[in-house]
Ligand binder design. Sequence first.
Ligand code: KIV
Length: 285
Amino acid sequence: MKLTIKDIRSKKNNKEKSTCLTAYDYPFAYLVDQSGIDIIIVGDSLANVVLGLESTKDVGIQEILYHTKAVSRAVTHALVIADMPFSAYQIEPDKALGNAKRLVEEGGCDAVKVEWFTQCLTVIKEIVNAGIPVMGHIGLTPQTADKLGGFKVQGKDAERATELLQQAKESEDAGCFSIVLECVPDKIASLITNKLSIPTIGIGAGPYCDGQVLVLHDILGLSKGFKPKFVMQYADVAAQVREAIIRYKNEVLSGSFPDKAHSFSISQEEFSKLKNSIPDEKETH
Ligand code: KIV
C-alpha cells in the first residue's frame, strides 16, 4: 500500500527509522520501491549522477518533471518527492507555487523538497497552503553552496549551529512535514531531531536522525568522481555492467553470439519454396 505523509510522520512518534533513497528513472525507481524503501526523492543530484552536468543548478523544471513522471509510474509503495530545481523557486520565488503544482499534477509526485534560502519560508508557506506537502532541506544546501563557503560540513561552530536550529524550527513552523539535514555534525543533528516534531532525514548527519537518505548511484557504485565521507557503497554495479558489456562485445566479435538458442528458424519446406522462387538461388538437389 502507498505510504502517506501521515505514515512518515508517525514513524517518528513510533521511534521507527524512515528509509530514503534517490531515483531518477523507471527501472531503478521500481527496484527501490520493490525493496521497501519508504521515500524516493527525485533529487536534483540528477544533474551530476545521470545527466553528466557540473552543478545541481544546471537542471531545470523540465528535466525534474520528466524524471519525476518516470519515477511516479514505477512506484506503488514509497512516497515520491520531487526536488524543486534552483531556477524553479530561488530565482523568481513567485514562480515556486506554479512549478510545485506542475510537479504534483503532471509529475505525479506526493510532495516537493526545497532547500533553505533567504525567502524559503515564504515559499514553503505558499506551497503548503495550496495543499502540497513540503520537505525542507538545511545544512549543506548544494544549490547555494557558494554562499556557504563551498561543499563543507555546516554547524561546526556554535553560531552556525544555532542558525541551523533556528532554520529547522522555522521550517517546521512554516509547515514542512519533514526536513533533510545535510552534512552537519551528529550532535547537532541529534539536537535538531529532538527539538522537532517532524522527522529529520540525514545525509552526512550521523545516526541520530529519524531517517537516512543517500544518492542511489553512490550506494550502487555508479557515480563517478569525488566520493563524500558519508557515502557507503554497497555494491559495485559499474564493474558488473562493464563486464557484461565486454562479454557481449567479445561474443559478437567472435561470432558466438547470437547462437541457435537466440535465433529464429523457418521450416525447411518454406525455405526451399522461397529459394526455388529466386532464380539464382534455385536448389539443385
Ligand atoms: O538531490 C539530492 O540528491 C538531494 C538528496 C539530499 C536527497 O537533495
